[in-house]
Design a binder for this molecule. Structure first.
Ligand code: SAH
Length: 259
């Protein structure tokens, strides 16, 4: 069968280096779940290594040409190819509330949206790993004080232990992307429910980073905090100076303030 022609609007960059594909598949610990969902399998370079593992592999792919290719070339995948847009798909049609891992050499144009969707589904996703544009993989793993530390870092690390694993050169893809790639892994924390309102926590983090150069006193004005709370010295800081724990403590203070 003919190979799939790469389509730019779907973020298609096919990995040609088998050793990288195997290394990505090997990032899964296989602990705490029986199923894995690969997002954007393309022609299945990574899928092939997942199928060798003692786990049920499902794939979700938006491109029907790739779906036809997978269907023709991987008999083991029959019945496990979901021909849909991951961002619009209800994963429980397949997983029915079960735990599952997510993996992929992800489409870079929607990579942060994939992480946010994973965070929404955190009760079901104990492990998430794969390849992103290098900067995105780094951002997810970055600690406070760094320029790239942002919304994605704080929200991901509130629920997951994140780990940057290795960098991948652009020349191992067809066609090569303009950027370097990075492989990272997130493992859900043992006790991942936050000791503060989670919805408020998301609001505080997003609002603070929307104006990342301002102090929290200025950026959090829209939350209508009391004057006495706003005198707390944490409000002198800019968002990149706060650790995840400090954002949680800040959310608790805001809650106590009665917003
Ligand atoms: N994993 C393959 C392909 C990577 S390119 C490899 O390593 O070679 C990214 C893949 O994601 C493409 O196959 C693209 O069609 C698919 N994709 C893009 N947007 C998607 C979406 N919203 N849902 C599911 N798959 C998507």
């Amino acid at each position: 069968m003919e190979k799939v022609k790469a389509k730019k609007h779907l973020g298609q960059h096919f990995l040609k280096d088998e050793s990288v594909a195997k290394a990505i598949a090997d990032t899964l610990s296989l602990e705490g779940y029986d199923d894995v969902l690969e997002i954007g399998p393309g022609m299945g370079v990574l899928t092939k290594y997942l199928l060798e593992k003692p786990i049920n592999t499902y794939v979700i792919e938006i491109d029907t040409e790739s779906v036809d290719y997978l269907d023709a070339n991987y008999p083991k995948l029959h019945g496990k190819i979901i021909s849909k847009d991951f961002l619009k798909y209800d994963v429980n049609e397949v997983f029915g509330g079960k735990q599952f891992a997510i993996i992929g050499n992800f489409p870079y144009n929607i990579s942060t949206q994939i992480v946010f969707r994973t965070l929404e589904l955190r009760d079901q996703i104990p492990e998430f790993s794969g390849m992103f544009q290098k900067e995105v993989a780094e951002r997810i793993c970055e600690k406070k004080g760094s320029k790239t530390y942002g919304i994605l870092s704080v929200l991901a690390q509130a629920f997951y232990d994140t780990e940057y694993l290795f960098t991948v050169d652009e020349h191992v893809f067809i066609p090569p992307p303009k950027v370097k790639s990075g492989v990272m892994r997130m493992r859900r924390k043992e006790n991942y429910s936050l000791p503060c309102g989670e919805k408020l926590f998301f609001t505080v983090v997003k609002t603070a980073f929307q104006q990342r150069r301002k102090t929290l006193r200025n950026s959090l004005k829209t939350l209508n905090l009391s004057d006495s709370l706003r005198e707390d010295e944490v409000f002198n800081l800019r968002p990149e100076q706060l650790s995840v724990e400090q954002f949680i403590a800040l959310t608790q203070k805001i809650e106590a303030d009665g917003v």
